[in-house]
Design a protein around this ligand. Structure first.
Ligand SMILES: CC(C)(COP(=O)(O)OP(=O)(O)OC[C@H]1O[C@@H](n2cnc3c(N)ncnc32)[C@H](O)[C@@H]1OP(=O)(O)O)[C@@H](O)C(=O)NCCC(=O)NCCS
Length: 163
């Protein structure tokens, strides 16, 4: 399996991964709109035998007191290839890429039981106001002490649907 940045021409295959992985169109629309409206920062695909089987997106967000934050959403692996480590491999590669490019924190809304294995924690995120349930709202520092003492609001771009 090869994990790499999305390339021109990958858009339709990424769209299909989302369509297959999710029950609604929300996540598919989020990826397409983020790309179209310029919020896409890091977009990675997992490719196997020339076929894209997974995708993860990191978009730009605004967070009080944090200079280069990102939001991780969504991550998807095609049914039939889930629970084989593809999602974990993409998230780890994504975190590495985000850090290498100078981003300082990543926010995610998801299952703590899954995301804590990558270092995300609800504690790091709980000083920020979010429209989302706090028990699922997590953050990961890429630069030490980025979130130390930071608080305020997090503003998601329009592709997130005003959430
Ligand atoms: C969630 C998802 C990206 C994980 O990728 P994956 O390659 O299947 O997962 P991995 O092999 O890296 O990790 C497996 C673990 O993920 C857990 N997992 C799978 N789907 C999950 C989900 N929707 N929520 C929480 N945990 C999930 C498995 O229970 C397993 O846990 P364990 O290691 O404690 O047994 C993938 O299953 C998927 O696309 N699901 C449908 C779309 C979705 O729900 N995306 C997440 C919201 S953005």
């Amino acid at each position: 399996m090869n994990i790499h940045r999305e390339k021109p021409g990958d858009e339709a295959a990424i769209h299909e991964v989302k369509r297959l992985a999710f029950e609604t169109d929300d996540e598919t629309n989020l990826v397409d709109a983020s790309r179209r409206d310029g919020y896409l920062r890091i977009s990675l695909v997992a490719e196997e035998d020339g076929k894209i089987v997974g995708h993860v997106l990191f978009s730009g967000v605004s967070v009080d007191g944090v200079s280069k934050p990102l939001a991780l959403a969504p991550v998807a692996v095609v049914p039939g290839r889930q629970s084989e480590g593809v999602g974990s491999a993409m998230i780890k590669a994504g975190i590495k890429t985000c850090a290498a490019e100078g981003f300082d924190a990543i926010f995610v809304l998801g299952e703590p039981g899954y995301y804590s294995r990558f270092g995300f924690s609800t504690e790091k995120a709980n000083t920020f106001d979010t429209p989302y349930p706090k028990e699922y709202f997590m953050a990961l520092e890429l630069a030490e002490e980025t979130l130390e003492g930071a608080s305020g609001s997090i503003e998601y771009p329009p592709p997130f649907g005003g959430g």
